[in-house]
Design a binder for this molecule. Structure first.
Ligand code: PLP
Length: 401
């Protein structure tokens, strides 16, 4: 029988030295190389919204692969146009009015584009000297140098310093500090409505209102990083809808193309108006296969009945996690919303304890995620049913007790 745990795989040591080898999946269940099955409460880090083994996605991808796999952005392709129009359509009246979509291949790349557009817009409308970027404490925007410079967490950035200059951080959910820091010197502010990697804190409505007000006042581009929260994860189509955030630019990626690499940076008309050919680009971003699959994914998730089911599942998850908070002394708090929630573990050894909880759940057939150092994160495929969700959380509860 094949071994299910791989020791020292030929990947860099920035990954774990022991990895569970996953072979296939169906619905919300994964199977390892030795044939053991796992209920997936992590969805490939909040990616696999529609679950595994989807024939509809495979059919769309295969049909497009037979027609055209790649053509570059020197030409247009019909699936990319269709997806861009769909994204512009579903964001209108929910998060904002956008004129164009810059496709890319990852969350970091989507945020790089957003940060570049912010600087370009400030320079072309106000001249040089207005290029500062503000991000929030505990934010995570990706690991490329620009996105990393907007990720004020030494754990990720210290070995790579010096970072991109003039990228500052302000305390999340602190409107007074935001007001004191922001000025005409800034080009952009980048924020998450739920801090997916940084501990699952949610933006307050007061903070969202202050961001809207100050960015408008100084003509600073407000960038909502919806890489993790976007497309149904929070029980609404977009995280911004929960708190009334009105961004100028929004970025999407993780669930967008059903597990294939794709990102989208939503561009408003006022930015599009100052762009010239060659200002930004990508080789693979917006290819016909990923965008064809993404159109199918976005249509599926944007359906009102689908979103209502996700929201209902989210409420069930909230109730189950609240019960655990009440009954487990080491769990201090539930965080997050919808299908992106977590439990905060108390104490000096919290980081090791979270690892222990995740390992114990894995051994009992449930896969979980971590957020920050001390939060057990639950982000299942959005298609999970009540019974599977309850079964998974019951195993987590048993491990915690
Ligand atoms: N932004 C947010 C909010 C994320 O959660 C992540 C990844 O976890 C990223 C950006 C980076 O995405 P990627 O790993 O695809 O570059």
């Amino acid at each position: 029988m094949e071994t299910r745990l791989v020791q020292n795989p030929p990947f860099p040591r920035n990954y774990a030295s022991e990895l569970l080898k996953i072979e296939r999946g169906r619905g919300v269940v994964l199977r390892d190389a030795a044939g053991r099955t796992y209920l997936d409460l992590g969805a490939g880090i909040a990616v696999n919204a529609l679950g595994y083994g989807r024939r509809d996605l495979a059919r769309v991808a295969a049909r497009q692969m037979r027609k055209l796999v790649h053509i570059s952005n020197l030409y247009a392709n019909a699936p990319a146009i269709e997806l861009a129009e769909l994204l512009i359509d579903v964001t209108r009246d929910r998060v904002g009015t956008f004129a164009a979509v810059q496709f890319g291949n990852s969350g970091a790349e989507a945020n790089e584009a957003a940060l570049k557009y912010a600087r370009l817009y400030a320079r072309r409308t106000r001249g040089p000297g207005h290029h500062k970027i503000l991000s929030m404490s505990n934010a995570f925007h990706g690991r490329t140098m620009g996105a990393l410079s907007a990720t004020p967490n030494k754990k990720y950035s210290e070995p790579f310093e010096p970072l991109v200059p003039d990228m500052l951080a302000s305390e999340y959910n602190n409107p007074d500090q935001l007001e004191a820091m922001l000025s005409d010197a800034f080009a952009g502010v980048i924020v998450e409505v739920v801090q997916g990697e940084g501990g699952l804190k949610i933006m307050s409505e007061a903070f969202a209102a202050k961001l809207n007000e100050l960015c408008r006042k100084h003509d600073i581009l407000l960038i909502a990083d919806e890489v993790q929260t976007g497309l149904g994860r929070t029980g609404k189509l977009f995280g911004c809808e929960h708190v009334g955030l009105e961004p100028d630019i929004v970025t999407f990626s993780k669930p967008l193309a059903g597990g294939l690499p794709l990102s989208a940076t939503m561009v408003p008309e006022k930015v599009n108006a100052v762009l010239s050919a060659g200002d930004h680009g990508t080789t693979f971003g917006g290819g016909p296969v990923t965008t064809a699959v993404a159109t199918h994914v976005v249509r599926t998730i944007a359906d009102a009945a689908f979103l209502a089911r996700v929201a209902e599942r989210g409420r069930e998850l909230t109730a189950m996690l609240d019960e655990i908070v009440d009954s487990s002394p080491e769990v201090t708090e539930r965080r997050g919303v919808g299908m992106l929630q977590g439990l905060v573990i108390d104490g000096d050894e919290a980081s090791a304890r979270v690892a222990g909880i995740m390992d114990a759940c894995r051994d009992r057939g449930v896969l979980l995620l971590r957020s920050s150092t001390n939060v057990v994160r639950i982000a299942p495929p959005l298609v999970i049913g009540s019974r599977d969700l309850a079964r998974g959380i019951e195993i987590l509860r048993t491990v915690l007790h």
